[in-house]
Write a protein that binds this ligand. Structure first.
Ligand SMILES: *Cc1c(COP(=O)(O)O)cnc(C)c1O
Length: 460
């Protein structure tokens, strides 16, 4: 072994687990742009957001200045059920690749939801409960967020109503049953339960749905039902804040052994795992204490960072949500139906968008067949069957390690392994049967989508 001193898995003790979340916005000179009211174009304040979101979560959403936000004891206790998550040295993968690079991954798949989403689900459910609400509504695409939220709501005895993108609902019936095991009600979206669902179905009768559409339904349901609020599993500042637990643990584990990553890689859908993983490292970078190379990896079929516009856009298809300034493909953008790899949201966290715009991180896109090749290679040597989403990060980590093999550089690579892929076997099956294809949207398709970006004063 290259370095006997560093164990395969580095764990933290319960005492070493973070007591605070870290709010990277506090260290940003250019803050993420505020959410705007779609009707007036004015920034949305606490009162404007109250019909949709829980009070404490709005405070976190709007807080650009408090660096460390204490994690309530109840949430820390819940975290202890499945955290700390291991930081793994990928010795077996390094050996297989014959690379001098040192590869580490932070594995977030060790809970029933199979992903990092539980870190924010429990926080959001906790604040909803504390506010005395009856329940929450949400959307889910691949199903991990819906599962995580169902688990958190079951634990806290809250109602949970999930709108699941129809294509996933049909492809992943077992995901639905896991959610129902935890007491959630699950509706395929678009549905006839909401006005926006009816409208979308009338306009596109055969549609298999999209995240943007399911969000509109969930928001409509929440605002129309007393005692309910809407919660979201990615994109928002509050979600990145909760997910900072990933990066704080990873950094604490690395610090124990004096490990400093050169490159940090994460997949990017709405940006929550990446934002969480990089947060303490980005903080050092923003404060000028240390430099890291940070890479966001997205699907070539849904390339928000690499081909999107940095503009105000709707967060949902039905245009009921506030406008967020972010890298976006347009709220009407729906990735090609052959896209199986997750990460299909049209926009991106406004915090990460600002950091990317200001040159603090890079982004790259990868095609799904190469993603599944990496997934399979990883599964065979590291023993974990990765989620397709996570495998975007694996792909680029392997590519970086192979570059080190050519140059002889002993770089230290850290990537986020966000979850497991047991519910994605239909996608794996397509890959194994050679039926998986890559689709990259044309410039003309993207231009058509950009043409529908909302007109906001001061935005060209
Ligand atoms: C939801 C999800 C992602 C993508 O969401 P982000 O908010 O970009 O992190 C990535 N991996 C897994 C396993 C997920 O469930």
């Amino acid at each position: 072994m290259a370095n006997e001193k560093i164990p395969y898995k580095i764990y933290l003790s319960e005492e070493e687990m973070p007591r605070d979340w870290y709010n990277v916005r506090a260290d940003m000179k250019n803050k993420p742009a505020p959410l705007l009211n779609p009707g007036t174009g004015e920034p949305m304040g606490f009162e404007d957001l109250r019909p949709v979101f829980c009070d404490e979560l709005i405070r976190q959403e709007l807080d650009d200045t408090t660096k460390n936000i204490p994690i309530p004891q109840e949430i820390r206790d819940f975290y202890k059920m499945y955290r700390p998550s291991p930081l793994v040295r990928a010795y077996c993968l390094e050996e297989k690749l014959q690379t001098p690079a040192k590869i580490y991954y932070k594995f977030e798949g060790n809970n029933t939801s199979g992903s990092h989403k539980l870190n924010s689900a429990i926080a959001q459910a906790y604040y909803a409960k504390k506010q005395g609400l009856k329940g929450v509504t949400t959307e889910t695409g691949a199903g991990q967020w819906g599962t995580a939220l169902s688990m958190a709501c079951a634990y806290l005895d809250l109602d949970c109503k999930v709108y699941m993108v129809k294509v996933s609902y049909e492809q992943k019936p077992f995901r639905r049953e896991v959610m129902r095991t935890y007491g959630a009600s699950v509706t395929p979206s678009p549905s006839m339960e909401t006005e926006i669902g009816k409208k979308i179905l009338a306009e596109h009768p055969g549609t298999t749905g999209s995240l943007g559409c399911a969000i509109s339904e969930a928001v409509e349901k929440a605002t129309g039902t007393p005692g309910y609020r809407y919660v979201l599993g990615s994109v928002l500042n509050q979600v990145l804040l909760h997910q900072s637990v990933i990066g704080l643990e990873a950094k604490a584990a690395m610090d124990k052994y004096g490990i400093v990553p050169d490159v940090i890689i994460g997949c990017a859908g709405g940006g929550s795992n990446l934002g969480g993983l990089i947060s303490p490292f980005m903080g050092e970078k923003l404060r000028g204490e240390r430099d890291y190379r940070i890479i966001a990896v997205e699907p070539a079929s849904c390339p928000s960072f690499t081909r999107g516009r940095f503009a105000y856009d709707f967060c949902d298809t039905g245009m009921v949500c506030p406008l967020a300034k972010m890298y976006t493909l347009g709220s009407g953008f729906i990735p090609s139906a052959n896209h199986a790899g997750g990460l299909r949201y049209h926009g991106m966290s406004s915090t990460l968008s600002q950091l990317y715009h200001d040159g603090y991180m890079e982004a790259t896109s990868v095609e799904q067949t190469r993603v599944f090749e990496a997934a399979e290679q990883f599964a065979r040597v590291e023993g974990i069957l990765p989620a397709p989403e996570s495998s975007h990060a694996i792909r680029v980590a392997i590519d970086e390690a192979l570059k080190c093999k050519e140059t002889g550089e002993e770089k230290t690579i850290l990537f986020g392994l966000t979850g497991t892929g047991y519910f994605d076997m239909v996608a794996y099956e397509k890959f194994h049967n050679g039926e998986m294809t890559d689709y990259i949207p044309t410039d003309a398709e993207l231009e058509e989508s950009f043409a529908h970006l909302p007109k906001v004063p001061g935005q060209e």
